[in-house]
Design a protein around this ligand. Structure first.
Ligand code: PLP
Ligand code: COI
Length: 345
């Protein structure tokens, strides 16, 4: 495969294909290979009109020993079931979801960026309601697609700090809304504020809680993490943020490093106390945040470079993901040929 692996951006690229599963109202079909990059849908499909759509994001990595590993797919399987439940969809059982992901990687092994390039294969499982319905009601049929794309960093310069903006005119998720779920509508709702922030020169938006506008929630595509002067790892406890698998992993690694981990509401006024701030997620990995601008005030963290604690966490996480150190928490699922895997059901 002739690709400029070291200079990939975060984009959708043509691959060998995707994996498709259909739910007919009673059972899920076996994962099937889909070579074409288009699907045919009834024009009345529920997903298209009323937004019954949710998705996941996870990565496969070329390991140092020559294998290929998928990072914590069972966590994405569980989260897709939670997202689906919130908007009355039927998601595949966890084992079937993981199987579909493994099949998608297996189909696209030549698109998994080689070890040492710093890139990875991004998997995007997408669940949509396919039934044509006019009333606002749940679909009874669903399709799961697992598409993939080789990717580099989400933000252009990789592990280089970016400036964030809090735009007070927009909320990401309503109290008791769908902020905890990875549903398509959350992202549509964030487009306008994201464009507005970009136009003002900020690549990333930080959202506050929608009820009071007092607490830090998360970034549009990633969780908020911060390091205090006394070496604590802080991350918001909020009912409206996505439970990030990267954040969960980093909390474990931070504990392993001897940091105290605190999940608590973070008042926006506390931003000034932080010495390092990061945005964490599958796509973002850890993106260091150089500053947050709020009401014409620019709050800076550290000296504008990635700080030492987040740098170490980033290196620890990546060294597990690339199989350079012992997978001590059992986070890597190795890709084995289908013949060596137990058949589900
Ligand atoms: N928050 C939002 C809104 C996201 O879209 C994502 C990306 O998936 C995350 C957080 C990070 O979650 P994860 O680490 O599971 O990718
Ligand atoms: C991810 O990090 O996997 C995401 O889904 C973020 C964004 C690309 C929507």
């Amino acid at each position: 495969m002739d690709m400029d692996w070291k200079n990939l951006d975060f984009a959708m690229r043509p691959t060998a294909g995707s994996i498709r599963l259909d739910y007919d109202g009673q059972t899920w079909s076996e994962p099937a290979v889909m070579r074409e990059a288009t699907i045919s849908l009834p024009i009345g499909a529920q997903a298209l009109h009323y937004g019954q759509a949710c998705f996941e994001g996870l990565k496969a990595f070329s390991l140092q020993d020559g294998g290929v590993g998928l990072f914590r797919p069972e966590m994405n399987a569980r989260r897709m079931r939670q997202s689906a439940e919130r908007i009355c969809m039927v998601a595949p059982p966890e084992a079937l979801f993981v199987e579909a992901c493994l099949r998608a990687v297996e189909l696209n092994l030549e698109y998994v960026p080689p070890y040492g390039t710093g890139a990875s294969l991004y998997l995007r499982p997408l669940l949509i309601g396919t039934e044509p319905l006019l009333p606002v009601m749940p679909s009874s049929t669903f399709t799961l697609l697992v598409m993939v794309s080789p990717v580099g960093p989400y933000y252009q310069d990789g592990f280089a700090p970016v400036d964030a903006l809090i735009l007070e005119g927009y909320d990401r998720a309503a109290p008791r809304g769908t902020g905890q779920s990875k549903v398509a509508g959350n992202y549509a709702a964030s487009l306008k504020s994201t464009l507005e922030a970009k136009a003002q020169g900020f690549p990333i938006n930080l959202y506050l809680d929608a009820r009071e506008g007092k607490y830090v929630d998360e970034f549009g595509t990633s969780n908020f993490i911060a390091i205090t002067r006394d070496q604590r790892y802080l991350t918001p406890d909020s009912p409206s943020i996505l439970p990030s698998i990267t954040n969960d992993s980093l909390r474990q690694l931070a504990k392993d490093m001897g940091l105290e981990v605190v999940q608590a509401p973070i008042p926006v006024s506390a931003l000034e106390q932080f010495v390092e701030v990061g945005a964490c997620g599958t796509a973002a990995i850890i993106t260091p945040i150089a500053s947050v601008t709020y009401r014409d005030k620019k709050i800076r963290f550290g000296n504008g470079e990635a700080g030492p604690v987040l740098t170490r966490l980033y290196q620890e996480l990546q060294s597990i993901q690339y199989g350079e150190v012992d997978d001590r928490h059992g986070w890597i699922t190795r890709i084995k040929p289908t013949s060596q895997r137990p058949h589900h059901q």
